[in-house]
Design a protein around this ligand. Structure first.
Ligand code: SF4
Ligand code: SF4
Length: 288
């Protein structure tokens, strides 16, 4: 049987902010949202080989071979000019990883790891690869104690979640907004599936953490915070809720004119949520 390959934007061999403990993180290329606040916008789309970035590369690391853009990492200086210039928010520097490639990375680093997290882009746009990888990890005597997590925007439908949950230990899920018009403006999609995913994952015992991005004058309104509080309460008042604060780092376009979220306002909202009964509200440790 041919196992699927993953189109990977970046690999972090160690991360302590992408799930519990120390984790290897794969950032997959491609997303089904187009959030103006994304701090990795170059992970949104798959390259269409238009070639626009090739002549802009100062080191000649990009070439076109048989109509496909090819990246030579040995002469790339990581200036990211290709990412800045790409008209569709794609990345010519992606790498294809097989399940065996990732297993080899896990073997190399296993003494230092608690698990693996698949992030993005939107991880679940490459669901077949995730299922194949997690299945392989769980059936490998030397790797099966590593936990397998997904970082997701929650847009995956229920039936598809059910195919991956048996091999998944936990999911970190973003909720962008409760007002559906606002959610559409912030993501280009409606939020029903996201809210349904949160409920499904919670009921399956797989919702490790909810994340909510506070954006001044958009998602920090009293109405949104009340909806957030009520929604978490319907799941569990001690569900981990991570508040993130909108910053400009990595953002492209119009959202650079939006104000950033300041620490005192985040702390005020966290206190309001705690007063409403939520017991596991986490606030950012840095604001950059
Ligand atoms: S990365 Fe962007 S600019 Fe470069 S070839 Fe692909 S789509 Fe075109
Ligand atoms: S980051 Fe992109 S533009 Fe810069 S050297 Fe590498 S391939 Fe070329």
């Amino acid at each position: 049987m041919n196992l699927p390959l993953a189109t990977v934007s970046k690999v972090l061999k160690f991360s302590c902010v992408d799930g519990p403990g120390n984790r290897l993180v794969l950032f997959l290329q491609g997303c089904n949202f187009a959030c103006p606040t994304c701090h990795n916008p170059h992970t949104m789309k798959l390259c269409n080989d238009c070639g626009d970035c090739v002549p802009e590369c100062p080191t000649g690391a990009l070439t076109i071979v048989q109509g496909k853009v090819v990246h030579d990492p040995s002469i790339c200086d990581q200036c990211d000019r290709c990412l800045d210039i790409c008209p569709i928010n794609a990345n010519p520097k992606v790498t294809q990883y097989s399940v065996d490639d990732v297993l080899a990375l896990l073997y190399q680093n296993k003494p230092f790891l608690n698990g693996i997290t698949i992030s993005g882009g939107e991880a679940t746009t490459q669901l077949k690869f995730i299922i194949a990888l997690f299945t392989a990890i769980k059936s490998d005597e030397k790797l099966k104690d590593l936990t397998c997590f997904i970082d997701s925007n929650g847009y995956l439908p229920e039936a598809a979640w059910k195919t991956v949950l048996p091999v998944t230990d936990g999911v970190m899920l973003d909720i962008k907004a409760f007002n559906n018009t606002l959610h559409s403006l912030l993501t280009t999609r409606q939020n029903e599936r996201v809210l349904a995913s949160a409920k499904l994952l919670f009921e399956a015992g797989k919702l490790h953490e909810l994340r909510y991005l506070l954006i001044p004058d958009r998602t920090d309104s009293p109405e949104e915070i009340k909806e957030l509080s009520s929604f978490v309460e319907t799941l569990s008042t001690d569900l981990p809720l991570r508040l993130n604060a909108y910053q400009h780092h990595g953002v492209k376009g119009e959202a650079l004119t939006w104000p950033t979220m300041k620490e005192p306002d985040v702390e005020r909202i966290a206190a309001e949520l705690q007063s409403a009964g939520l017991t596991n509200v986490v606030t950012p440790t840095v604001y950059i």
